[in-house]
Design a protein around this ligand. Structure first.
Ligand code: NAD
Length: 491
């Protein structure tokens, strides 16, 4: 068993209460690491350290260029250590080595991008309707930011928050998922090596109710950035609202992946498979509702099933493996219960539908599962499963595709497969989703905004504008000495 400490004020430490919990490898089912189980006292210590670093430390005195340079050093260190970080993530969340190693290398881009942006955030001098007065608008950091992350892409989703928060000059307290704390703790060694001063970045490990909620509610926290499920997102939003804290929420989805008759099926079939079976469906952007137009329906389903059933389940470190285990026992049970719900609702299971246990594994596998005969009002079409379970729906024309596509409480992403450019433009305008992909699926980048409409979240991450989520404008008035009008004289 590997033993980890929390990272507070530049030091590794145990939880104040001394408790620890185990982290399991979803492939073997065996515990592999021990993590400190923090509580409100640890949260307070970490927030106080971040607050001191913000008010009194070197960080706020550094120029934006110096802060940016530290982030660029961190990016280089991440690139050097990407393989080691990815191995830990595979051990903790069971996702494929191919995906996690790419993700950990790619993640470095967030730190160099926002590092480069740090000294390019400009204020403005608006024209003012008063003589002898200049007004200037500057952008200031917020203070201590709480960053709360999920288990599915722990370091990547942290980078989406940590890089802009630091580039803007804030200090942070991170609460990683209790299922995948190890890689975030490992990252802290690189944060220290990059020369980011102590207290600027802190990590408190533990559970949502014991660490996450006290962190959100702490009076010195000025901003909360969260990625996770809807229930936690709502609780966090409500708690943050009590103290008027700024909030960014990246929540779930039930994204439509829409294939028209004129689509290139050689691209669309793998696009649909990747949309739902990559990461065993454990991504917020999963294309979990596949909408097929009448003319290609039968041919598409045949090719889709053929491709999905060839997928090999197994060890996530094996390059031959296509489908890895899901991350936790609870997740495994939830996915299987949704398969039962879909069957009870009358959907037809044409592939998979069962738990699996490849030889040598002790973990939580679910067969790639496909349902046809799904109506959009069924729970399997409305609720997020977060697993390798695809619902197929049929549509006649563009109007119906838009109607079904938008008939969801969520609005995170949508896919459109067509060779008709004007239709592609119309669809991208009409679909109510924060991201629309045409003839591709699952792409994200540090350069372009990501986030959800409706119940998929609040605010946006990524892209240049996202740094504003960690800044606040200040309006400064400079006047030639002038007599301020006497407020007691009626004019
Ligand atoms: P989760 O909401 O259970 O947990 C996410 C994080 O929040 C964890 O660190 C957890 O400990 C913490 N947390 C839980 N309850 C809390 C509370 N009351 N107060 C404060 N913190 C709390 O989510 P999860 O199961 O780890 O992740 C899966 C969910 O995340 C899915 O619903 C998925 O759609 C969503 N997700 C969204 C995106 C996105 O960018 N939109 C990306 C990945 C995952």
């Amino acid at each position: 068993m590997q033993s980890y400490g929390m990272f507070i004020d530049g030091d590794w430490c145990d939880a104040a209460g001394g408790a620890r919990f185990a982290s399991a490898n979803p492939y073997t089912g065996a515990d592999w690491a021990e993590i400190p189980q923090g509580g409100a006292a640890d949260v307070d210590r970490a927030v106080q350290a971040a607050h001191r670093a913000f008010e009194e430390g070197d960080w706020p005195r550094w120029t934006a260029t110096q802060r940016g340079a530290a982030l660029i050093r961190l990016a280089a260190l991440i690139t050097d250590h990407a393989e080691a970080l990815a191995k830990i993530e595979v051990r903790d969340n069971g996702k494929l080595w191919a995906e996690m190693s790419n993700q950990c290398r790619y993640m470095a881009n967030w730190y160099s991008y926002y590092g480069g942006l740090a000294d390019k955030v400009e204020g403005s001098v608006p024209p003012i309707d008063k003589p002898g007065v200049v007004n200037m608008v500057t952008y200031e950091p917020l203070g201590v930011c709480a960053l709360i992350t999920p288990w599915n892409s722990p370091l990547l989703l942290l980078a989406w928050k940590l890089a802009p928060a630091l580039a803007a000059g804030n200090t942070v307290v991170i609460k990683p998922s209790e299922y995948t704390s190890a890689s975030t703790l490992e990252l802290m060694s690189l944060v220290a090596q990059a020369g980011i001063p102590r207290g600027v970045v802190n990590v408190v490990t533990g559970f949502g109710a014991e660490v996450g909620m006290p962190l959100v509610a702490h009076p010195l926290v000025r901003k909360v950035a969260f990625t996770g499920g809807e229930a936690a997102g709502r609780a966090i939003n409500e708690a943050a609202a009590r103290d008027f804290k700024k909030v960014t929420l990246e929540l779930g989805g039930k994204s439509p992946n829409i294939v028209f008759d004129d689509a290139d099926l050689d691209a669309a079939v793998p696009g649909a498979v990747s949309g739902i079976f990559a990461a065993s469906g454990q991504t917020c952007i999963a294309g979990s509702r596949l909408l097929l137009q009448d003319g290609i329906y039968d041919a598409f389903v045949e090719r889709l099933v053929e491709m999905a059933q060839a997928a090999k389940l197994g060890d996530p470190m094996d390059p031959e493996t296509n489908i890895s285990p899901v991350a936790t026992k609870a997740q495994h049970e939830k996915i299987l219960s949704y398969i039962d719900i879909a069957k009870a609702e009358g959907a037809k299971c044409i592939l998979g539908g069962r738990a699996a246990q490849p030889e040598g594994s002790g973990g939580y596998f679910v067969e790639p599962t496909i349902f046809t005969g799904v109506r959009n009002d069924m729970r399997i079409a409305q609720e997020e499963v977060f697993g390798p379970v695809l619902s197929i729906l049929r549509f006649a024309d563009e109007e119906e595709a838009v109607q079904i596509g938008n008939d969801t409480a969520y609005g995170l992403a949508a896919g459109v497969w067509t060779n008709d450019l004007t239709r592609a433009l119309r669809m991208s305008r009409r679909l109510k989703a924060g991201t629309v992909w045409v003839n591709t699926y699952r792409s994200t980048s540090y350069t372009t905004p990501f986030g959800g409409m409706k119940r998929s979240g609040l605010g946006r991450e990524n892209g240049a504008e996202a740094i504003r989520e960690y800044l606040q404008p200040k309006s400064v008035w400079l006047a030639e000495p002038q007599v301020v009008a006497n407020p007691f004289i009626r004019r």
